[in-house]
Design a protein around this ligand. Structure first.
Ligand code: PLP
Length: 401
């Protein structure tokens, strides 16, 4: 009995979650704002109209089968995904120095990239923002890399610690991998301005660091796919190397389809070709080949100009609803005369608001108000509705007074 005799299984260690579980709470008005998932005004998950349309088209197409994809996934999906993040006029794409492979959403893309780097990159240190998405340290540590942090959030200003960030990146060892969230930073909702991105680019390049972009929210920050890709495109335009993990979970609402892509931008076609075969060697023993359905949906939408347009309209609708929820929450807090400056709620970008509430207050809100947010005080604004805003504002007011 190997498992029984292994001391690690003696204790029942709960799954490490950064939030209290709402599952056991029988309260009918409990509110779960911890997960980064978009909800409608009615509090329901949203399947985009354009996704339904693409699925119908696929169901009627008798030439679609359920056979294995190749190790790197659907070829059209890879081409179109690269274009989506790098732009129609990308020199890197035209010069065939871009490798894109279909992966299991953003997480899988990060993990394949991390495994590839752990195997082939000499510098084994990866710098992530402080704070960052909770899974980043797990992904890179498990791949065998050592994780360090660069300053990002300044709790005093509730804004970007830009000087601290530049200082830490400037002190990173040459070759260090730097994880940069391309837009709608999770959990802080704070993105650098374009001028700041340019300074970040300069320091990353001058210190010889390797940027690894996590592009989980393209379109969710501004409502515009091209605007949200500017940080990445700025780095790619300088001709240097980078990696990009792309997810269609949020912007196409394909969370459970696990569809995303890893792109590696190289400096020459020859290197790209060699990298491609090495990435295939990482994927093959891991899961052999990726799933077909999500890739087919994304490809159908990206390929068809009418569907693409419909998607951008629905995406903008989601982004606008989030912005309106921010405004409503801010106004509701103001109306209650809650002490403190809450303007960060409307200044922050994307799905989340990093409220500044501490763990004690968060736990108290769960107990007294049946509202669940992550222990670091992050609220998924995308899961709020006009109906639930007053409930949350009441809870915040009570928690801080
Ligand atoms: N990166 C960031 C910053 C995220 O917030 C998330 C999900 O919340 C992901 C990546 C991965 O998402 P998925 O694997 O669902 O595409």
């Amino acid at each position: 009995n190997f498992f029984e005799s292994n001391p690690i299984f003696e204790k029942d260690i709960p799954v490490c979650r950064p939030f209290a579980s709402s599952w056991d709470d029988p309260c009918p008005v409990k509110l779960n704002l911890s997960a980064g998932a978009y909800r409608t005004e009615e509090g329901k998950p949203l399947v985009l109209e354009v996704v339904r349309k693409a699925e119908q088209q696929l169901a009627n197409d008798l030439s679609c089968d359920k056979g294995y994809l190749s190790i790197d996934g659907l070829a059209d999906f890879n081409k179109l995904s690269a274009k989506l993040i790098l732009g129609d006029d990308s020199h890197a794409v035209d010069e065939n120095r871009v490798v894109t492979i279909q992966c299991l959403s953003g997480t899988g893309s990060l993990r394949v990239g991390a495994e590839f780097l752990a195997k082939h990159h000499q510098q084994r240190v990866v710098f992530v923002p402080n704070p960052t998405w909770g899974n980043h340290p797990f992904i890179f540590t498990l791949a065998g890399l050592s994780v360090e942090y660069f300053r990002y959030y300044d709790p005093q200003t509730r804004g970007l610690d830009f000087e601290g960030m530049l200082e830490d990146l400037g002190a990173a060892p040459p070759g260090a991998i730097v994880v940069l969230q391309s837009c709608a930073h999770n959990p802080t909702g704070i993105d650098p301005t374009l001028e700041q991105w340019e300074k970040i680019r300069q320091i990353v390049r001058s210190k010889g660091l390797l940027p690894f972009f996590d592009n989980a929210y393209q379109g969710f920050a501004s409502g515009n796919l091209d605007s949200d890709a500017q940080s990445v495109r700025m780095f790619v335009a300088d001709g240097g190397e980078c990696l990009i993990a792309q997810s269609f979970a949020k912007n196409m609402g394909l969370y459970g389809e696990r569809i995303g892509a890893l792109t590696i931008v190289c400096t020459s076609q020859d290197v790209a070709r060699k990298i491609h075969s090495q990435v295939l060697l990482v994927v093959r023993p891991m899961y052999l080949s990726p799933p077909i359905h999500g890739a087919s949906i994304v490809t159908t939408i990206l390929k068809n100009s009418d569907m693409y347009k419909d998607w951008t309209i629905e995406l903008k609708g989601m982004a606008d609803r989030i912005i309106s929820m921010r405004q409503q929450l801010y106004e509701a807090i103001q109306a209650r005369g809650t002490p403190g400056d809450w303007s960060h709620i409307i200044k922050q970008i994307g799905m989340f608001s990093f409220t500044g509430l501490n763990e004690k207050q968060v736990r108290w809100m769960a107990k007294e108000y049946h509202i669940y947010i992550t222990y670091d005080g992050r609220i998924s604004i995308a899961s709020l509705s006009s109906k639930t805003v007053p409930q949350l504002a009441d809870a915040i007011h009570a928690a801080v007074t």
